[in-house]
Design a protein around this ligand. Structure first.
Ligand SMILES: Nc1ncnc2c1ncn2[C@@H]1O[C@H](COP(=O)(O)OP(=O)(O)OP(=O)(O)O)[C@@H](O)[C@H]1O
Ligand SMILES: [Mg+2]
Length: 308
């Protein structure tokens, strides 16, 4: 069933005491999508992922993976899902290869999975650590093992809960290329991250959670198009005191005679020209102009800003 649904989430609620961690979450993810799940700390992202993996029991609603209900068809649903958890959880007494074998055993896999385990060890640059105890690995290496564990049963849906948190630039790039490869091999990818440039680079569709609610769900392009403003920065060598009062609130003095004027613009092209006309009428000598488009981070901040 090509282009069927990889994940369905139907009106899911979960409370932890007074905290409504998931407040009626409702959306679907298509097979083959690269899907971003974003939101500030405490938004409910991990709770939702853990509910999909059957680790959190929801209060109401339905969840399914590749058409299998997480509650009533747990083993079928779970075996189609690979989860890289946010927390570094591991057994310190296991070696790396043993950790992967143990995870395979959990899914009822035996010797037939050995070649795949060796491939994973290579892929994750862990081959020379295969006999090392988990407790002696660095944080980044432990994270690679967690990724291996998530992939050991070749699940069609892979959910990564902040896989690049606290990892160095080199490993982050490696993880990006591994995740991209998994996606082009046909896996559905769900990625949670606080690095918005990472979501902007990788994801096709993005959901934004805030305080247990879905506040946006759109393609990256459409989310970016919501960015309501651009910012125009103009640099000039006029002394601030010679500028007209109408520009006073736009001025940032960089040095005594080097000034940046900042204007928030709408989307219309003409607004740049209007500002330039104002500047010229004021007799200001412009030496540099820069226009800044809103990026995903600006849109994210607008959508998740706390209600005052
Ligand atoms: N086991 C639990 N017991 C009590 N409260 C919990 C539990 N798990 C999560 N919560 C609460 O539910 C809310 C959502 O937490 P969750 O971990 O899902 O957020 P998150 O979006 O993953 O945040 P982060 O970006 O910090 O990982 C938070 O208020 C959190 O304190
Ligand atoms: Mg989390």
């Amino acid at each position: 069933m090509k282009n069927g649904l990889a994940v369905t989430i139907e009106n899911v609620h979960k409370r932890f005491g007074a905290v409504h961690a998931l407040n009626g979450i409702d959306f679907t993810i298509q097979q083959g999508e690269f899907f971003g799940l974003l939101g500030p700390n405490g938004a409910g992202k991990s709770t939702l992922i853990n509910a999909l993996a059957g680790l959190v029991v929801t209060d109401s609603g339905h969840l399914s993976v590749m058409g299998f209900d997480v509650r009533t068809q747990y083993r079928d649903a779970r075996s189609r899902l690979g989860v890289v958890p946010q927390e570094l959880v591991y057994d310190p007494f296991f070696e790396v290869r043993e950790t992967l074998r143990f995870q395979a055993g959990y899914f009822g896999l035996g010797r037939e999975v050995e070649p795949w385990i060796e491939e994973l060890l290579d892929e994750l640059d862990l081959a020379d650590k295969a006999e090392t105890n988990m407790r002696s690995l660095s944080g980044g290496m432990k994270r690679r093992v967690l990724i291996g564990q998530a992939l050991v049963h070749k699940p069609p849906v892979v959910v990564l809960d902040e896989p690049t948190a606290g990892v160095d630039v080199e490993l982050r790039r490696q993880l990006w290329s591994l995740i991209k490869r998994l996606h082009s091999d046909g896996h559905t990818i769900v990625l949670t991250t606080h690095y918005l440039e990472e979501a902007e680079e990788l994801c096709d569709r993005i959901a934004i959670l805030n305080r247990g609610e879905l506040v946006a769900l759109d393609t990256k392009e459409d989310l970016l198009a919501r960015g309501i403003s651009r910012t125009l920065h103009i640099h000039t060598r006029e002394p601030a005191r010679t500028l007209p009062p109408s520009l006073a609130d736009k001025v940032k003095c960089i040095t005594d005679d080097y000034i940046e004027l900042t204007f928030n613009l709408g989307r219309e092209e003409s607004s740049v020209m209007q500002v330039l006309d104002t500047i010229r009428d004021a007799g200001v000598n412009v030496i540099d102009i820069r226009v800044e488009e809103d990026d995903l981070e600006d849109v994210f901040v607008q959508l998740t800003r706390e209600a005052d």
